[in-house]
Design a protein around this ligand. Structure first.
Ligand SMILES: O=c1[nH]cnc2c1ncn2[C@@H]1O[C@H](CO)[C@@H](O)[C@H]1O
Ligand SMILES: [Zn+2]
Length: 347
């Protein structure tokens, strides 16, 4: 039976999400409960009232303004129990959108105010994802984030701890935060360590600054994927390099509009990137900050750019290809998803 490309169809379409921040994926209901458990005062005690503290609106003017929302949520994410729970709930929310595989990223150093070690933060997030996989069947990988405003020393600590979890839940490391103020070349020493330890790297680049940051991330930081890459279109030589090396772009449409990585939907380069042969993937970035979910990302793209069903499927499958997954696991995931897609009457 064939479905129309309705909300229902997009919800049922099996999907993956490779770019999702744990601290940008906390349900307001969970904040209410955590605040009570942890004895932290809230500005308001109802879900609707909390949303403005956690979410940006259309008026968001920049990445810096967008990032200010994270301070609110991370206060409640300072215990192993909270990290485990929130990771588990990410798997639950993924299952609601038939998202079969999710890569959850978080910055261990932002969760140490109450004495957790970097290793402990990773341990609890991995445990939450494992429990989520058992209960909801959503496979997961964890990405440990280095922050642009943190010292070289604390970022090296993250890379070393992450490397110890490779094969045990962690799949890569990342660099996030204020891109315009902290250029990637300042982090060569940090990512030389990930190179030595053999842990894959993805870097937020070409979001709040130009295509040169993508070049630096790929050539000097060892990035094998790029977070966003929206501004890659500003330099066709660098774009060709990314294409030739088959470096996937983890695009996050709603977030990219909110952070003003592009001025408007008309300027959003997703169709252009696909036509030029780039490996584009679709992701959420921060469901609770952006007020989105993975189905919504596909719905908006389909509405704005008129993507056909086979094109939407191709975007999904690009995500499978780009996943930080063992080849044998990837093959299984691909086969499972292709079978489901076939049952939906496409291809
Ligand atoms: O789109 C983004 N660009 C850059 N940094 C981000 C983005 N979304 C979230 N974070 C940053 O990553 C931290 C760890 O998850 C968040 O606390 C936020 O500061
Ligand atoms: Zn991000």
């Amino acid at each position: 039976m064939a479905y129309n490309r309705t909300h229902d169809w997009l919800t049922r379409l099996p999907k993956v999400d490779l770019h999702l921040h744990l601290d940008g994926s906390v349900k307001p209901e969970t904040i209410l409960e955590l605040a009570l458990d942890q004895g932290i005062d809230l500005p308001v005690y109802n879900k609707e009232g909390l949303i403005p503290h956690m979410r940006v609106g259309e008026e968001c003017g920049s990445l810096i303004e967008y990032l200010s929302k994270f301070d609110f949520t991370t206060r409640f994410m300072q215990s192993g129990e909270a990290l485990e729970r929130i990771a588990y709930e990410v798997a639950q929310q993924s299952a609601e959108h038939n998202c079969k595989y999710v890569e959850v990223r978080f910055a261990p150093q932002l969760h140490r105010n109450n004495g957790l070690t970097v290793e402990e933060t990773i341990h609890y997030v991995v445990e939450g994802m494992k429990r989520g996989q058992r209960d909801f069947g959503v496979r997961a990988g964890v990405i440990a984030i280095c922050m642009r405003n943190h010292s070289c020393e604390s970022n090296l600590e993250v890379i070393r701890a992450a490397a110890a979890f490779v094969g045990k839940g962690v799949v890569a490391v990342d660099l996030a935060g204020d891109e315009a103020s902290y250029p990637p070349e300042w982090f060569r020493e940090v990512f030389a360590e990930s190179g030595r330890l053999g842990i894959p790297v993805t870097i937020h680049a070409g979001e709040a600054a130009g295509a040169m940051n993508v070049y630096e991330a790929v050539t000097n930081l060892g990035a094998v994927r790029i977070g966003h890459g929206v501004r890659l279109k500003e330099n066709s030589d660098i774009l060709e390099m990314v294409k030739d090396r088959r470096i996937p772009l983890e695009m996050c449409p709603i977030s990219n509009i909110q952070t003003k990585a592009v001025a408007s939907w008309d300027a959003y380069p997703i169709r252009e990137y696909l036509e030029r042969g780039l490996l584009v993937t679709i992701n959420t970035d921060n469901p609770s900050v952006s007020g989105t979910d993975i189905t919504n990302e596909y719905r908006v793209l389909s509405d704005r750019f008129g993507f056909t069903e086979p094109e939407l499927v191709r975007l999904v499958m690009n995500g499978v290809e780009a996943a930080f997954m063992e080849e044998s696991d990837k093959l299984l995931l691909r086969l499972e998803m292709e079978a489901e897609i076939k049952d939906m009457g496409i291809q």
